[in-house]
Design a protein around this ligand. Structure first.
Ligand code: BGC
Length: 252
């Protein structure tokens, strides 16, 4: 089944058609840059442009960078604060004239990695971290998603983890791999004092350069890059939409 997956981020909206049975993209990927802290109008316009470009008519799956429950956003770290308490599913339904299922962006990436990537068939606890503008997290226990974990906002020495070790922080400060890895290590060590994951998957665009930073990291759990790098969010969002109607968000 072909579905449209959209990944809404703090710096761009990306989308593609996805075969939700195989997890493969069946179209080109479109990326539309956003102004910093995008407002609802900025996001709605871009999602509508992507849906129109594919003349898409089915259910859209959209990953959104906030706590999301029943289509409503309850936080806004890298998007405009007017998103808080906004029905994002409704906003996007109005702009695209398609039904829209909205899920946290990192949970979407996790769904893709659990179904088709390094997490496939993994029992126990899998922790997925997406390193981009912020740090997103998703946790699966025996393949079942624990939604909206928001671990990028854990405080590390008084500051949000994502303000210390996201990919954007590395770009902005020009940190070397070694220096940035030390910051990421602090986050991972903190997470491993709270949780005991069996597998950690690192996603986001920076996971393409996993070999540059992984040798500097030490974790109890096995740590691997995301199979789909920064496309996981698009793929997982499309899969989420395909199963949302069934109310079945298990990853298996
Ligand atoms: C948001 C999360 C999101 C992450 C990655 C954080 O700032 O609070 O909801 O998953 O960024 O985009």
């Amino acid at each position: 089944m072909n579905g449209l997956g959209i990944d809404i981020g703090g710096s761009a909206v990306k989308g593609a058609l996805v075969d939700t049975e195989t997890g493969l993209l069946t179209s080109e990927r479109i990326r539309l840059a956003c102004p910093e802290l995008p407002k609802p109008k900025d996001i709605a316009e871009r999602v509508a442009k992507i849906a129109a470009k594919f003349a898409y008519r089915g259910v859209i799956g959209a990953g959104f960078p906030a706590v999301v429950r029943d289509g409503v956003a309850y936080s806004a770290a890298n998007v405009h604060s007017s998103f808080i308490n906004l029905d994002v599913a409704n906003l996007l339904r109005e702009s695209t004239a398609c039904p829209v299922a909205v899920v946290n962006d990192a949970d979407a990436a996790g769904i893709a990695e659990m179904r088709f990537g390094g997490g496939k068939g993994e029992q126990g606890m899998v922790l997925i971290l997406t390193l981009g503008t912020g740090i997103g997290s998703s946790i699966f226990i025996n393949g079942v998603l624990l939604p909206n974990t928001e671990l990028g906002h854990l405080k590390i020495r008084g500051k949000d983890a994502e303000k210390r070790a996201s990919a954007a922080v590395r770009d902005k400060k020009g940190y070397s791999w070694k220096v940035w890895s030390r910051r990421l290590q602090e986050v991972l060590t903190h997470l491993e004092t709270i949780f005991t994951p069996d597998l950690i998957i690192i996603g986001g665009g920076i996971s393409k350069q996993f070999d540059m930073f992984a040798p500097h990291l030490k974790t109890r759990a096995k740590i691997v890059p995301a199979r789909f790098f920064n496309q996981a969010g698009i793929i997982g969002a499309a899969c989420y939409a395909a199963s949302a109607n069934l109310g079945d968000l298990a990853a298996g």
